[in-house]
Design a protein around this ligand. Structure first.
Ligand code: AQP
Length: 355
C-alpha cells in the first residue's frame, strides 16, 4: 500500500471571453510562481465554459487564447502539464460519480450558481448547477493537493473537500480492502482515504480584483461593460483610458489603510497598484497618500501597461501559430490522460463498476 500522495498543484481558467487583470493577478501569475517548486497541472476548463451557451468558434479561439496566456505569462510547458479539459474524458466520468456523492443541499448553497443563474433559475442549465462537482472532479482526478484560485472560488473548494471526505467515508472499507488508502497530512489534518483534502491557495494581494466601474463587484470577463475590466488583450491606450475613467470618489488617497474603509473603488485601485508592484497597500499609501486620483491614475496606468503589454504581445505572437498551441494542448492532454486513467481505474474498482 502506497502511503503518500505527492504534492500536486492543479488549477484552471474558463475560456469564456477575454482574460482580465483579475484572472491574471488572482490566478495565472500565481500559477507561474508555484511552478518553481511544485509539479503543476494547468487546465483550460472548456467543459465549464459550456454551462452557459457559447459560440462554438469563439469557444475554440478562447480555449487557445487561455493556453497562449498561460505560456505568455511564463508557464513552462516542457516541465508542467497544460491541456484543455474536454480532451480527457475522465473529467466528465468522475464528475458523474461525484454527482452521486454530493448532496442537493450542498449545491443549492453555492453562491456562484445563484449569481450566474440570476432570477430565472428554472432556465439555468443543469450543468451550471452541477458545475462544482465537475470542478471537484477536475482537481481530484489528479489527486491535486493544492489549488491556487481567486477568492470567488473558495466555496467551490470547500465543496471539493466535502466530496473527497464523503467519498473516503462512504467507501472506507472498500478502499482498505483494495489497499488504496493513504494517510495524508494536509495542513494540520491527518486524513485516511483515497482522495486528498485539497488545500485552497487563496493568498497574495490580489485575491479579488474589483470592477473598475463598481468597486463592490468582482472584475469579470463576462461583465457586459468592457470598461469594467482590463483585458489581457487591451492596447496601451485602452488600459490608460480604462484607468483614467475608472470610477473613484472625489477625495484624495488616504495616508493610512484604515482610510480606505467604505471607499471600495479607491481600495481597489490601491490593491491593483500593490499587486502589480509587489507592495503592501500601506506602503503604496505611504508613497501616494494625499495625492488626488488625477495624479495617481496615470502612474497606475503606466505600471499596468508595463506589466501587461509584454504578455499581450507574446500572446499575440503565440496566437498567430494555432498549430503550436494545439500541439501543446495535445501533448498536455496525453500526459493528463495517463494520470486520469489510473485514478479512474481505482475509482471504478472502489465504487464497484465493472471494467
Ligand atoms: N476579479 C478577480 N480577482 C481575482 N481573481 C479572479 N479570478 C477571476 N476573477 C478574479 C480567478 O481567476 C481564475 C479563473 O476564473 P474562471 O475563468 O474559472 O471564472 P470566474 O472565477 O467566474 O472568473 P470570471 O472572470 O468572472 O469569469 P466569468 O465571467 O466567465 O464567470 C479563478 O481562480 C478565479 O478565482
Amino acid at each position: 500500500m502506497s502511503n503518500e500522495i505527492p504534492q500536486r498543484v492543479f488549477s484552471g481558467v474558463q475560456p469564456t471571453g477575454n482574460l482580465t487583470l483579475g484572472n491574471y493577478l488572482g490566478a495565472i501569475r500565481r500559477f507561474v510562481a508555484l511552478q518553481e517548486h511544485h509539479s503543476c497541472i494547468y487546465c483550460v476548463v472548456d467543459l465549464h465554459a459550456i454551462t452557459i451557451a457559447q459560440d462554438p468558434r469563439e469557444l475554440m479561439d478562447a480555449t487557445r487564447s487561455v493556453a497562449a496566456a498561460y505560456i505568455a505569462a511564463g508557464i513552462d510547458v516542457s516541465k508542467h502539464i497544460v491541456f484543455n479539459q474536454s480532451r480527457v474524458h475522465q473529467h466528465a466520468e468522475l464528475a458523474w460519480v461525484f454527482n452521486c456523492i454530493a448532496r442537493m443541499g450542498w449545491l443549492s448553497r453555492m453562491t456562484q450558481f445563484k449569481e450566474k443563474a440570476g432570477k430565472d433559475r428554472e432556465k439555468a442549465s443543469v450543468g451550471l448547477f452541477s458545475y462544482p462537482t465537475l470542478m471537484a472532479a477536475d482537481i481530484l482526478l489528479y489527486r491535486g493537493t493544492h489549488v491556487p484560485v481567486g477568492d470567488d472560488q473558495k466555496q467551490h473548494l470547500e465543496l471539493t473537500r466535502d466530496i473527497a471526505q464523503k467519498f473516503n467515508n462512504d467507501f472506507s472499507d472498500r478502499i482498505a480492502e483494495l489497499g488504496l488508502g493513504v494517510e495524508m497530512e494536509i495542513g494540520r489534518e491527518i486524513v485516511n482515504g483515497y482522495f486528498p483534502l485539497t488545500e485552497p491557495l487563496i493568498e497574495g494581494p490580489a485575491t479579488r480584483i474589483m470592477s473598475l466601474r463598481d468597486g463592490t463587484k468582482k472584475m469579470s470577463k463576462s461583465d457586459p461593460s468592457d470598461m469594467s475590466r482590463i483585458n489581457l488583450t487591451d492596447t496601451e491606450d485602452d488600459i490608460a483610458k480604462k484607468i483614467r475613467k475608472a470610477k473613484t470618489d472625489p477625495e484624495p488617497l488616504p495616508s493610512e489603510v484604515e482610510g480606505l474603509e467604505n471607499r471600495p473603488e479607491a481600495a481597489n485601485l490601491v490593491s491593483i497598484f500593490g499587486a502589480l508592484t509587489d507592495k503592501e497597500p500601506g506602503t503604496v499609501l505611504q508613497e501616494y497618500g494625499g495625492k488626488p486620483f488625477s495624479e495617481f491614475k496615470p502612474i497606475l496606468a503606466e505600471v499596468a501597461i508595463d506589466a501587461i503589454t509584454p504578455i499581450t504581445s507574446e500572446m499575440r505572437r503565440l496566437s498567430a501559430d494555432p498549430a503550436y498551441i494545439d500541439s501543446v494542448l495535445a501533448n498536455g492532454g496525453e500526459q493528463a490522460s495517463a494520470i486520469a486513467a489510473e485514478t479512474m481505474r481505482d475509482v471504478r474498482d472502489i465504487v464497484g463498476l465493472l471494467a
